[in-house]
Every structure is written in C-alpha cells, then in structure tokens.
Write a protein that binds this ligand. Structure first.
Ligand code: AN0
Ligand code: CP
Length: 317
C-alpha cells in the first residue's frame, strides 16, 4: 500500500478487518518490518488520539517516529502556488515537503478543512501536495474531507460488538457550538455504505452531506424513525456543506443531543463517537457513561487501524 486516504485504498473490507483483528491479537509479531524505518507525522491541527495511537502503532512495528507540529515552532507554510510570499508565511509546502520526506520512509498528515473555501477543501489541496511532492507513501490522519483511520477503527469496533449479521447503523448529526468539518461523517458514510450493514443517516434540514460520500445510504429526516431498531448509534456534529452555508453552524437545536429517551427506542444500541466529544451537547453524561457506550474501545482500536495501514505500507517499501 503506498497511499491511504480513503476506503478505496484498503481493498476488500472483510480482509482488512480480519488482518486488523489478527494484528490486535499479535501486536508485536511484525516488529522486524519497521527496523531502521522512520515515520514522520505532520500535524497542521490538534490531536490526542491520532498522535498517540499512530505513534504506538509505529512503535509496535519497530519504527522510529518523528513528529512535527507545523503551528508550534516550525516556519509558517504557504500552501497555494503562485502567491507572492510577502506575508507571514516563510516557507512553501513545495520545498518543505521534499525536505521533510528526505528524513523519513512514510508520512502521515493531519490537515483539516478551512471551512471557508469549499473547492480547496474538497480538492484536498494540502494532502495532495504531500502525495505529489514527497515521493513517499502518504496516509491521512484526517484531511479536509475524510478521516479514514477513524472509519477503519469504527468498522473494527462494529465488527467486534455486533450481535446480528447485518446490524442497523445510524449516523446522527448532533449539536456543537463551533463549526466542525464534514470529514468524519463523510468518511464514516463512505465506509459504512461498503460494509455489511443497514446504514441510515439522520440530520436536520440543511445538513445534507456531499452525495459523493453518501451514495447508497438511506437519508431519514425523521430522527425517531432513524433511531428505531438501531443496533449502533454513531453521533457526530458537522457544519453545513451545501451552498452559501458551507462551513457554517445553522442549527444548535439541543433536541438533537443523544439522550436516554432517544436511545430507549433503539434495539439496545451501542453508542459510538470518534472523540473528542462535548458532553451534554452531542451526548448526555448518562449515555456516554452507560454500558452501551463504546467510545473507549473505539478509540483504542485507532492503534489497530493505524498498525494495519503502517504494516501494509512497510510491506510495500
Ligand atoms: C474534529 C472534527 O470534527 O473533524 C476532529 C475529530 C476527530 N473535531 C474537533 O475539532 C472537535
Ligand atoms: N478521533 C480523533 O481523531 O481524535 P484526535 O483529534 O484527538 O486525534
């Protein structure tokens, strides 16, 4: 594997999950693969889980790891070609990327959507420059439009906790005070529409996602109908995608907070969220602390999804 930015890069999902579960049982069985290999993780945005789980995954594989927080101590990077660089940005990505690449074998990149320029965001301007100018395998640690390591961990978690062959999985929008990217929701939808699940998305009017990610999903505006009989509830906030509302918060209706009342109409559903989560905005204390909550094992599986991807990349070096 030389690139991991979307579900398309992972191949058949049943094989990928089987490999992940095998790695989970035998985390240190591939230590020889990473000997004298270096992972560089480049963060343009904050992270707790991605940073720690990916570093741990690389260490399980015997790799060395270096981390750059671009906004803390590095030169400010220009990302657009053709600009006269007379502002506060001291260096261009087109030089910085091959320089960074010269110190490592594999690169992970975290670069969120701007939420101001939809075309630039949906063209993945930053991630694609890493792919183009690094000459090294590149994987997404959440880019502008997708978070595939999260979705892969989510799928592993669903596989581990499902009690029926084809569970009903519901992605529900939930309120949040700040504008967040659509990446987690887009990506979860892209993975779930390919998995062996009945996949339903529910959100208020105006929060429609890009149909390129939701093709094959059932969109249900009636939240109660969506929750009825669900086996998994996956909550996430995202800002508006459509038209002039791109990147805006157009609704903070707390009736959409996931609480025990709405969970009661599900099929004793498990609760999932990628974290970080704002309690009593997205989900109540009671639901996230309930035995049905999978948020901690879900986060723990980030180590496993990252290790599966890194293992495949090391095998292709
Ligand atoms: C980010 C997002 O919604 O994309 C990262 C989630 C993994 N969340 C926040 O910025 C709170
Ligand atoms: N879920 C997730 O990616 O968390 P971080 O933003 O903390 O890495």
């Amino acid at each position: 594997m030389i690139q991991f930015t979307s579900v398309k890069d992972i191949g058949p999902l049943d094989k990928a999950v089987a490999e992940a579960l095998e790695i989970k049982k035998n985390r240190f069985g591939y230590e020889h693969l990473g000997r004298h290999r270096t992972l560089l993780m480049v963060f343009f945005n904050s992270s707790l889980r991605t940073r720690l789980s990916t570093q741990k995954a690389a260490m399980n594989l015997g790799m060395n790891v270096i981390v750059l927080d671009v906004n803390q101590g590095a030169w400010k990077l220009e990302t657009e070609r053709g600009v006269i660089m007379d502002g506060d940005k001291a260096e261009h990505l087109i030089e910085a990327i091959p320089v960074m690449a010269s110190y490592c074998d594999i690169i992970g990149v975290r670069s969120f959507a701007s939420l101001t320029d939809r075309d630039a965001d949906y063209n993945e301007v930053v991630l694609n420059q890493f792919i183009r100018y690094s000459g090294k395998p590149v994987f997404s640690m959440e880019a502008a439009t997708r978070h595939p390591l999260q979705s892969f961990a989510d799928l592993i978690t669903i596989e581990e906790h499902r009690i029926v062959d084809r569970p009903k999985v519901v992605l529900t929008w939930a309120p949040h005070p700040k504008a967040l990217p659509q990446a987690v929701a887009n990506s979860f939808s892209e993975w779930m529409t390919q998995a062996n699940v009945d996949f339903v998305i529910t959100h208020p009017e105006g929060y429609e996602l890009d149909p390129r990610f939701t093709a094959g999903a059932k969109i249900e505006y009636d939240r109660r109908k969506a929750f009825e009989g669900a086996d998994f509830i996956y909550a996430k906030n995202w800002s508006a995608y459509t038209g002039n509302n791109y990147g805006k918060v157009i609704n903070t209706d707390r009736a959409w907070t996931v609480d025990t009342d709405i969970m009661a109409i599900t099929n004793n559903a498990k609760f999932m969220h990628c974290l970080p989560v704002r309690r009593n905005m997205i989900v109540t204390d009671d639901v996230i602390e309930s035995p049905q909550s999978l948020v901690i094992p879900e986060a723990a599986n980030r180590e496993i999804s990252a290790q599966t991807v890194l293992k495949r990349m090391l095998e292709s070096l």
